[in-house]
Ligand binder design. Sequence first.
Ligand SMILES: NC(=O)c1ccc[n+]([C@@H]2O[C@H](COP(=O)([O-])OP(=O)(O)OC[C@H]3O[C@@H](n4cnc5c(N)ncnc54)[C@H](OP(=O)(O)O)[C@@H]3O)[C@@H](O)[C@H]2O)c1
Length: 223
Amino acid sequence: MSKLIIGASRGIGLEAVRQLRERGDTVIAAVRSATPELEATGAEIREGVDVTRHESLFGLAEALSGRALEWVLVVSGVMRGQRLGELDAEAVAGIREQFETNALGPLMAAEALAPRLAEGGKLGIVTSRMGSIADNTSGNSYGYRMSKAAVNMAAASLAYDLQPRGIAVGLLHPGWVRTDMTGHNGLIDPPESAAALIERMDHIGMADSGRFWHAPNREILPW
Ligand SMILES: NC(=O)c1ccc[n+]([C@@H]2O[C@H](COP(=O)([O-])OP(=O)(O)OC[C@H]3O[C@@H](n4cnc5c(N)ncnc54)[C@H](OP(=O)(O)O)[C@@H]3O)[C@@H](O)[C@H]2O)c1
């Protein structure tokens, strides 16, 4: 069976594909556009997949008809900064973009692709601890925090709705990772983060479906 990773052109998603390929897994990498680094992994690449263009997700599902997926792991995401007192039209557009990408994108990926998941398969969504309301001790980042809190709620519902098919849902914070998103600031590099995401995906089961994990620490985060 294949593992589908959405958002694998660079950063954590690319590294997850690389590590899964290295251990011999069959991987489908869905991206807007392929990169030489992704091509070098030997994964099956599906281009033209933009999580904000829902027809591209349904098109991918159509292209994969007849194939049972073991995992769908949605890694794609964007982060734009917004500060109180500076919420002009451009900032509001950025908040909408983050909702479309970070919250609605993974939900519509589940809508389109959950039917392709095998019984007992797994759905993973890469979220952020910045979407934790209890963990918010510094404010700011309105669109990013709101969109990740929203996707957390979507995943909590998905866990119930996919339970009858034995599909476990994992909400995975990848750590603070040195990627383009963070301007290459952070505590860990993509290999450590991707290894932690893979470890959690391997580990999660129906007993912990819908939980919000700090993947590198293997701890449950507060909502
Ligand atoms: N880095 C961190 O410290 C950190 C912390 C917490 C959570 N996260 C989350 O981890 C995930 C991966 O982040 P990263 O650090 O690897 O970021 P990154 O290096 O900026 O990579 C983002 C990835 O998402 C893809 N993407 C963005 N918008 C998309 C869309 N509309 N449709 C399809 N793919 C899209 C990008 O593809 P293109 O190349 O086509 O743009 C790229 O592959 C995100 O969900 C992020 O919110 C990261």
